[in-house]
Write a protein that binds this ligand. Structure first.
Ligand code: AGP
Length: 606
């Protein structure tokens, strides 16, 4: 989604800003822009990729201060005019903004009444004009931003530059902004990992905070005007390999990284002797876990699918109620929060606005939330303050793959831990631990022998729609497979628990309709196979993902076998063929695999 990268220092800014923009590209965007200050503001904006912006830039732009932006349209169509930065009417202020200004209609109307000629359809532009108006009051950039934001309602990660002042004023409310402190230079970014090539010393702005930056100083204050000292965090340099290496796309690279990512996730977190999980970041003792009345898990998209698997694992091992919720619905349904219950916020980016709001809602009502997060130091990780990092390393493709696996693995370790404090025996615990430790190797084995993925691609690539069915723990895998194929190959996909198929989706089946079944060797396999027969009887073509050596392979049109796996951990294997089908189908259809249209990697608006 929208991204910000800013620089203030002794070096020429343009190449630093373009490099910053490239590091933000994976988040998904539709237009870009840059402003460099060199006596005046030199602004360039362009619909399309960073490369397209570069192609319209003059050979050399002098200037050692600037801000760059990637826009993901919310208000106003995708156009050069609507791209950021936005200058103010008299050209004294220029801003970039992430988030949504909810009262922008009123702000724009009052500006129009005051005679301001608005140049874009965005909610953001109004801020530039109001800051300029407020600047005329006392010529104080920070106060001008403060007074402006007191008039605004909504969310912002905002950076403002001033023609007559050598500062960048930054403000955060609900949209991340991180200040990077170099030697005699300052950086600002909406993504901490875009800063690490330049500095590891960062300050995460919190909601309601303002930072005024000069080359060598940052002054921090609240929206109310209270000053405070910076709390500098030193980022890990070794976040992981974020280059493509020999792979053609990040998605394929990340699919192949799953075995190692899983090894990182489980390493040091399994207690073989006690048959237990050891998630230290939860700071929960067995006696605390034994008293938990229920567990709720929150997430969006892939993270929600992983949360549904976590729900089933927790109920199975701990025999306490667990339920997964879609974050975007959660707070609007005025949920009842039990302060003794455990809540988990599951998220790769740690910046998903819907999940962050759900976390805040729980906190507001006296509950506590544990993060199951990939990005260290992200907003949700910090808002939760405790939890489990899933250690997937950087995930750049918009379609989440290795983060899904690690979310499932992290939740399985929690399920084991809470299970051992209640209903799961040491022996059962050890079985799960053995199963988990084998998974990375089993995935490698499968990736060596993937089965007829390309036949499956031929079957789905021109289909009107594709139905994914699974039962029990495979029902969320079916959802995840459908989400992946839909988001990158733009094929309408429907996912249902297999038993529900006859209650509606069966009406869609015609001669040749492709149906993908997920049917590992668990207690519901027989029932899933009945659903498969019902589909076949109506002319559907079956792609079956099943365990090797079972007796059902011959019943499908295309059967893809995975190695034998512990029934509770089967999602970690069955999901892999669905990822490969999605990837190769998108490729066959000429789609942009890593950056599918309209989507963003971190969805920072509600
Ligand atoms: C996954 O392939 C999607 N791009 C999307 O559903 C994603 O999982 C969702 O937006 C949640 O993101 P998060 O894990 O960063 O919170």
């Amino acid at each position: 989604m929208c991204g910000i990268f800013g620089y203030l220092g002794p070096r020429q800014a343009t190449s630093i800003l373009l490099d910053g923009l490239r590091r933000l590209e994976y988040r998904g965007y539709d237009s870009t822009g840059i402003v460099i200050k060199n006596g005046s503001f030199e602004i360039h904006k362009k619909v399309g990729k960073v490369g397209e912006l570069e192609s319209v830039l003059p050979n050399r732009i002098e200037g050692t201060a600037g801000i760059a932006h990637t826009r993901w349209a919310t208000h106003g169509v995708v156009s050069d005019e609507n791209a950021h930065p936005h200058p103010s009417a008299k050209g004294k202020v220029v801003i970039v903004h992430n988030g949504i200004i909810e009262n922008s209609r009123q702000l724009r109307t009052s500006l129009t009444v005051q005679g301001v000629d608005l140049q874009s359809d965005t909610d953001s532009e109004a801020l530039a004009h109001i800051i300029e108006r407020e600047l005329s009051v006392d010529n104080d950039p920070e106060q001008a931003v403060r007074r402006t934001l007191r008039l605004a309602r909504g969310t912002w990660g905002l950076c403002a530059m001033f023609l007559e002042h050598d500062v960048i004023v930054c403000a955060r409310n609900g949209s991340p902004l991180i200040i990077g402190k170099g030697e005699g230079e300052m950086f600002v970014s909406s993504d901490p990992h875009a800063l690490t090539p330049y500095t590891q010393r960062v300050v995460f702005l919190e909601d309601g905070e303002i930072a005024t930056l000069t080359n060598d100083k940052m002054s921090l204050s609240t929206l109310k005007g209270k000053n405070f000292n910076p709390d500098i965090t030193v980022l890990e340099e070794n976040w992981g390999d974020s280059d493509l290496g020999e792979f053609p796309h990040f998605m394929l690279k990340e699919i192949y990284e799953q075995p190692d990512a899983l090894r990182h996730c489980i390493s040091g977190r399994l207690d073989r002797v006690r048959g237990n999980g050891r998630l230290g970041g939860l700071k929960l003792e067995p006696r605390d876990l034994a008293k938990v009345p229920h567990v709720r898990l929150l997430g969006c998209g892939t993270a929600y699918n992983a949360a549904e698997i976590g729900q089933l694992m927790i109920e199975k091992l701990a025999r306490i109620p667990a339920v997964a919720h879609i974050s975007s619905e959660f707070r609007h349904n005025d949920p009842v929060i039990n302060p003794n219950a455990l809540h988990f916020a599951v998220t790769q980016s740690g910046e998903t606005a819907d999940t962050l709001s759900a976390v805040k809602e729980i906190h507001l009502k006296g509950g506590s939330v544990y993060g199951v997060v990939n990005v260290v130091g992200s907003s949700i990780a910090r808002e939760c303050g405790k939890g489990v990092y899933i250690h997937s390393g950087p995930e750049q493709a918009v379609a989440s793959t290795k983060a899904f696996s690690n979310m499932v693995a992290a939740l399985s370790m929690f399920a084991l831990q809470v299970g051992r404090s209640r209903a799961t025996s040491k022996e059962q615990g050890r079985e799960i631990i053995n199963g988990l430790q084998e998974i990375p190797h089993l995935i490698e084995e499968y990736l060596e022998q993937q089965g007829p993925i390309h036949e499956a691609v031929d079957m789905v690539k021109n289909a009107k729609s594709v139905l994914f069915l699974g039962r029990g723990i495979s029902a969320p895998v079916a959802k995840e497979g459908a989400l992946k194929l839909m988001e990158i190959a733009y094929i309408p996909c429907l996912a249902y628990p297999a038993g529900e198929m006859k209650h509606g989706p069966i009406a869609l089946l015609e001669e040749g309709s492709p149906v993908i079944f997920i049917a590992p060797n668990d207690h519901v396999k027989v029932k899933t196979i009945s659903a498969m027969h019902e589909c076949k009887a109506r002319g559907a073509k079956i792609i079956l993902i099943h365990e090797e050596g079972d007796d059902i392979a011959s019943e499908a049109d295309i059967s893809i076998s995975i190695p034998r796996v512990h029934p509770l951990l089967s999602p970690l294997l069955t999901v892999i063929p669905t990822q490969l089908i999605a990837y190769h189908t998108a490729l066959a259809l000429g789609c942009d695999v890593d950056r599918p249209r309209n989507l963003a990697k971190s969805v920072t608006v509600e």
